[in-house]
Design a protein around this ligand. Structure first.
Ligand code: KIV
Length: 301
């Protein structure tokens, strides 16, 4: 059963009820066209702060702002009918206090219409998760690798490899679940740990680089369709090569414009009638004649 077959938008209770019945299918989207494409096939769309890296070319997610999340979250909610849309609280918008977190979450919910928010953190965020969930904000937890902590952690590393690390992740998982999170994303952790957390927790686990046993899976859409640049994380499977397709299409367009094959008659309004003798204003440009404009020209000097 897809989200579309429900004929209404899924909510966080629907997602929580899937545990033990069927896997939760989720992907990220940051824009209207991508959200429209995913809507019928996924249960949950995450407007992740990964948009900082994927859309804005940042090195980490730390520079993402609440305004950015509001703008992208609203575009995704407007363009979907079926999937439950969750929007990330970005770094700096919730760590200071439960009250600050509530203000940020309330902005996301009122200005985007999303079904809930996601925040990164375990034991240290339990009070905040409780504060939000008791006040009507559904929270998706996020433990294991927490990309917003990249500066403190010194990089993006697999989590839970040592006994101590695994103990910490277990404590994080139960703290966030006990505080009312409707589900928990587990990122980049040892497989056996994610598997046993899935068995132990009452709320669904959604894995990314975690375990096939998780109650659901999430990936960054660009990573699975070849739009994520040269690097594909080991945990992401490639289902298409849209980057190559796009490159071919743009190359063909450029050739057509230079050869004056585009626009054709069917793309013009009131074109001259056939046989009227009207000619294009300039001759076609051969590819040898194309030279890169120098820097001065590019600046319009
Ligand atoms: O920001 C994001 O896209 C995420 C997912 C990859 C889980 O947190």
């Amino acid at each position: 059963m897809s989200a579309q077959s429900q004929k209404r938008r899924l909510n966080v209770r629907d997602l929580a009820a899937m545990k033990g019945h069927r896997p939760i299918v989720s992907l990220t989207a940051y824009s209207a066209p991508m959200a429209r494409t995913l809507d019928a096939d996924v249960d949950m769309i995450l407007v992740g702060d990964s948009l900082g890296m994927v859309v804005y070319g940042m090195d980490t997610t730390v520079g993402v702002t609440l305004d950015m999340m509001v703008a992208h979250g609203a575009a995704v909610v407007r363009s979907t009918e079926y999937a439950c849309v969750i929007v990330d609280l970005p770094f700096g918008s919730y760590q200071e206090s439960p009250e600050a977190a509530f203000r940020g979450a309330a902005r996301l919910m009122t200005e985007t219409g999303c079904g809930g928010v996601k925040l990164e953190g375990g034991v240290e965020m339990a009070e905040t998760v409780r504060f939000l969930t008791e006040r009507g904000v559904p929270v998706l937890g996020h433990i294991g690798l927490m990309p917003q902590l990249v500066n403190a952690a010194g990089g993006f590393r697999i989590q839970g490899k040592t006994d101590d690390g695994a103990r910490r992740i277990r404590a994080d998982a139960s703290a966030v679940a006990d505080s009312g999170a409707f589900a928990i994303v587990i990122e980049n952790t040892v497989e056996a740990l994610a598997r046993s957390l899935t068995e132990e927790l009452k709320v669904p686990t959604i894995g990314i680089g975690a375990s096939p046993a998780c109650d659901g899976q999430i990936l960054v859409t660009e990573d699975i369709v070849g739009l994520g640049g040269d690097f594909t994380p080991r945990f992401a499977k490639r289902y298409a090569e849209l980057g190559e397709e796009l490159h071919k299409a743009v190359g063909q367009y450029a050739k057509d414009v230079r050869a004056r094959r585009f626009p054709a008659v069917e793309h013009c309004f009131n074109p001259p009638a056939k046989g009227s003798g009207a000619k294009p204003r300039l001759a076609a440009v051969s590819s040898e004649a194309i030279v890169a404009p120098d820097a001065k020209e590019q600046r319009g000097a």
